[in-house]
Write a protein that binds this ligand. Structure first.
Ligand SMILES: [Mn+2]
Length: 355
């Protein structure tokens, strides 16, 4: 198991690499190139520059989050083969610099969705929340609110230039239902997984967030059966999962610990995002502090499901709240995520020593 934290790079993240190094137990950062347009090849020189910077700070960068998938691939346009060829080249380039796992998702239009970016908890900390009534607003209203509340940072999947095209994108997905989206994912995986096998990289799909349809868009990685389908349809260890406990738990029907246990046993969880959420009513929730008593997930059981089934991938705390006056990119402050690291490592150590 290797503990990591997500870092948005020298230009987009105000947290210096040294600070991550100072969090006890953090061995690496999860990085990405944010200045390469989606679909273009990640050039070796750019990857080298990023990796060298991370290594100079005494950290590893073996996980990328994310290499995003061009919409033409998800929609299944005839142009997809060129974008897939670019993706294959990016995999090869990343492998040369020690990257072992690529996190990605196959969600149409939005990478993720929250309705409140500055939800105030009783202790005065700020977090993100999702309320069904927020989704009942028009698409335009939601988009405008996200843009106004992002504190000047571009959020993953919510880049302003992308949001401007959101209506056009919706129209392009009009004929893409769940079956079509599944076919397009299989087409993509059949092309990239052999390249991964050749160069020693593992693909790790992030579940849909939230794990059900929003705005009528298809969602195909929502629950245990979807993950089972994914693993079987291209049956290779290089075709794996980023198990995000928060995303999976957003559907109260999902048994997060069962899912963690099964797919860890099957050796398909290459990367784990471990966070807690508090379900307030129905499927409404907010992102709570990591410890069990603040959320709906029993984090001891979550970590135990990984530990007891032989998890040996990469792990990171997920979104944190803003505490102690910190501001920045919602979900990605330093302090609360650092507390998350320490808590998760404490649970892990206790499990190790019990055996
Ligand atoms: Mn996640």
């Amino acid at each position: 198991m290797q503990m990591t934290m997500r870092w948005f790079g020298p230009d987009q993240d105000k947290i210096p690499l040294e600070y991550f190094r100072q969090v006890p137990g953090v061995e690496g950062v999860v990085g990405a190139l944010y200045d390469v347009p989606v679909g273009e090849v990640w050039a070796e020189e750019k990857i080298r520059a990023l990796v060298e910077q991370v290594h100079a700070a005494g950290l590893s960068m073996e996980v990328i989050e994310s290499v995003n998938i061009h919409d033409d691939i998800k929609i299944g346009c005839s142009s997809r083969d060129q974008w897939i060829a670019n993706y294959q080249q990016t995999i090869r380039n990343l492998a040369k610099f020690g990257v072992k796992v690529i996190c990605y998702n196959f969600m149409p239009v939005f990478d993720w969705m929250k309705t409140d970016m500055q939800y105030v908890l009783p202790d005065g900390s700020l977090t993100m929340a999702f309320e069904k009534q927020g989704i009942d607003k028009t698409l335009e209203e939601v988009v405008r609110e996200v843009l106004e509340n992002a504190n000047g940072f571009a959020l993953p999947g919510w880049e302003p230039e992308r949001l401007a095209q959101v209506q056009t994108l919706f129209a392009r997905y009009q004929d893409v239902d769940e079956n079509k989206l599944r076919e397009n994912l299989v087409y993509f995986l059949e092309a990239v997984v052999p390249v991964c096998e050749e160069v020693g990289v593992k693909m790790a799909i992030h579940p849909d967030d939230p794990p059900y349809s929003i705005f009528g868009l298809p969602r195909i990685i929502k629950n245990r059966d979807d993950l089972d389908w994914l693993c079987n349809v291209v049956d290779s260890p290089a075709n794996g999962i980023t198990l995000c406990t928060g995303s999976i738990a957003e559907d109260p029907e999902n048994d997060v610990c069962e899912i963690l246990a099964e797919f860890t046993r099957r050796k398909r969880i290459h990367f784990a995002h471990v966070r807690n959420i508090k379900i307030t009513q129905g499927k409404d929730f907010y992102e709570s502090a990591h410890p069990s008593q603040y959320g709906s997930l029993d984090m001891f059981q979550v970590v135990k499901a990984l530990h007891d089934n032989g998890f040996d991938g990469y792990i990171r705390p997920d979104h944190g709240r803003f505490i102690w006056g910190e501001t920045g990119r919602p979900g990605y402050g330093l302090y609360d995520r650092a507390l998350g690291v320490t808590y998760l490592l404490g649970l892990w150590e206790a499990l190790e020593k019990q055996h």
